[in-house]
Design a protein around this ligand. Structure first.
Ligand SMILES: *Cc1c(COP(=O)(O)O)cnc(C)c1O
Length: 382
């Protein structure tokens, strides 16, 4: 369907290094005299608690990148004319640091976050940099706030790299001044008491992304407009939106997660289907990891292919839709139990047998993240 051709490769697809970058070795560290008390790890609200320090790196077209600075977390001071405040010249990443049972702190496939951040920077005409250098800076930040990485089998340290255009002029243009910053904070498990499946409104009017748009990039401007649609979903008793696209109503994503469907095909085999990276889909690290793991399993085949809501509901009606789940860093996997579409509610079989495929992906990924199973996907921080 949506064959999208783009002229020219983004820098991030050609490789990491750019001519202009900051260097992690130049990082200036100013530690706080008195850290904040650590919160009760059982009462963490996502994104509400921050660690003591943040990383900031300034860029101007004139001077290039400045030195990375790790300093106590503080408010930003930006001019009210800063482009980010008017035209959403902003991008972000979401990743986590995990403290293993062995006490070691690890990151999970952070190279993929750096790659995605660079591709979004280039698409947003924000300054690019060497992804390896930012990764080293992030490791230093996590080391400085190592005490904020929960000692827990399920809580983690969420890491939010962000890049904004700060030039205080109101023309719609590339900013000549920008700020890269990284804040972190402890977060609890998405499902503290076992899987809680969600129900979805398959909205037929709104869309999250479109060919040639920004759907494949983690730009802040993609997310604000979804809050309204999520509110409509909640008014219909659903927790999240199943994002469809086009007249054929292709399934694209769930809320802010990628989507997977386990379908028994007519020959009795199990196919794990996820939409392909066609420009409408955010290239999730969790998505890629599920695809990579799934391809090593003998009992399923993984397909990156288009799938419409009609095909999904036909499989559901034939009892061939075994499981459906969202996938993203926050939840890892999130089972789906119900879809509301054109005024009708469809119950899915996902939890009937305890979602064994969804659970297996969850457990394999968690074992790697917490260092229980050695893997090339983890990067040691400390
Ligand atoms: C961040 C995000 C995902 C998940 O990406 P991960 O790298 O797995 O966390 C999926 N869809 C959207 C729209 C996202 O913003």
């Amino acid at each position: 369907m949506l064959a999208i051709k783009r002229v020219g490769l983004l820098v991030s697809e050609r490789g990491y290094a750019t001519a202009s970058t900051f260097r992690a070795a130049d990082t200036i560290v100013k530690k706080t005299e008195r850290g904040n008390p650590k919160p009760d790890p059982n009462k963490l609200v996502f994104g509400a608690t921050y660690s003591d320090h943040m990383l900031t790196i300034k860029h101007t077209n004139k001077a290039g990148w400045g030195k990375p600075v790790i300093e106590p977390l503080t408010d930003l001071k930006i001019h009210p004319g800063a482009k980010v405040l008017h035209y959403a010249t902003e991008l972000f990443e979401g990743m986590k640091a995990y403290r293993g049972d062995d006490g070691k702190i690890r990151l999970f496939r952070p190279d993929l976050n750096m790659k995605r951040m660079l591709s979004t920077a280039e698409r947003s005409v924000l300054p690019t940099f060497d992804g390896n250098e930012l990764l080293e800076c992030i490791k230093k930040l996590v080391q400085v706030d190592a005490e904020w990485v929960p000692r827990s089998k399920s809580s983690t340290l969420y890491i939010r790299p962000t890049l904004i255009g700060t030039e205080p002029t109101l023309g719609v243009a590339a900013p000549s001044e920008s700020l890269l910053f990284v804040v972190t904070g402890p977060v609890g498990p998405y499902f503290p008491t076992g899987f809680k499946p969600v129900s979805l409104l398959a909205d037929t009017f709104h869309c999250r992304a479109f060919p040639g748009g920004m759907g494949a990039f983690k730009a802040g401007s993609n997310y604000g407009p979804t809050i309204y649609v999520n509110k409509l979903a909640q008014e219909q008793g659903c927790q999240q939106v199943l994002w469809l696209y086009g007249e054929k109503r292709y399934i694209t994503e769930v809320g802010t997660m990628n989507v997977f469907m386990c379908i028994k095909n007519k020959k009795g085999g199990v196919e794990l289907v996820t939409p392909p990276l066609n420009g409408l889909i955010l290239p999730g690290v969790t998505r890629q990891s599920i695809i990579d793991l799934g391809r090593t399993w003998k009992d399923i085949t993984v397909s990156e292919r288009d799938i419409t809501i009609d095909e999904l509901l036909e499989a559901q009606q034939d009892n061939r839709l075994l499981e459906m789940f969202g996938a993203g860093t926050a939840a890892i996997v999130c089972p789906v139990e119900r879809i509301v579409y054109e005024g009708k509610s469809y119950d899915l079989a996902t939890m009937d047998k305890g979602a064994p495929i969804t659970s297996r992906f969850h457990d394999e990924i968690v074992d790697i993240q917490f260092g229980r199973k050695p893997s090339k996907w983890t990067v040691d921080v400390a």
